[in-house]
Design a protein around this ligand. Structure first.
Ligand SMILES: [Fe+2]
Length: 187
């Protein structure tokens, strides 16, 4: 069933707000287990529970050929030398690809092929598009000092599998080295 009220959305590219779109908010405590430096995580969690990111989703229809999209806002910050990040996920329908369009701020995406574990770090910047192939786990990090906003577009039937990542995490982490985002193997 097509929801014609969702044929047009207006979003704020700075705040990521999109009136009328249901918004999921993730705070630091929701990211337990994601950061490699658990001591730094616990220290930060003891000091507060800031908002790390939000995603507002638009789902006009859910037929076989339909698309959904979301506008993400990811705050700047670090836990130890790891940048604030999203939980990351695979799509439940593994074949589903996605593309991300950078709006504001400076981010990177970590892509990991599920079968081979091959990892790539891609910049996510204004006027840049990152294509995430199917069968690829993806996580976003804010590597700048301002909020990062972006749009993700994906098949309506993609679904989100967070469980696989929660169990084994990504093979690599993105840390700051010499003021640059650097992808290294998780210890
Ligand atoms: Fe996705």
């Amino acid at each position: 069933m097509l929801n014609t009220e969702k044929l047009l959305s207006q979003f704020n590219p700075v705040t990521g707000e999109m009136p009328g779109a249901p918004m999921v908010k993730r705070h630091l405590s929701d990211l337990r287990g994601c950061f490699a430096d658990t001591a730094a995580f616990e220290k930060a969690a003891a000091a507060g529970n800031p908002l790390l990111y939000s995603v507002g989703a638009v789902e006009p229809a859910s037929g076989a050929g339909d698309l959904h999209y979301g506008v993400g806002l990811l705050m700047p910050g670090k836990i130890g030398d790891e940048y604030y990040m999203t939980k990351g996920h695979l799509h439940s329908w593994r074949e589903a690809a996605e593309f991300y369009i950078g709006l504001t701020g400076e981010g990177v995406m970590l892509l990991e092929d599920e079968a081979t574990g091959e990892s790539r770090m891609m910049p996510l910047r204004p006027n840049g598009v990152v294509y995430v192939p199917g069968h690829t786990a993806h996580r976003t990090m804010n590597v700048g000092d301002k909020p990062l906003t972006y749009i993700g577009v994906y098949p309506a039937k993609a679904g989100h599998d967070y469980t696989t990542i929660a169990k084994k995490n990504f093979r690599c982490v993105v840390v700051e080295r010499d003021n640059q985002p650097t992808m290294i193997e998780r210890k």
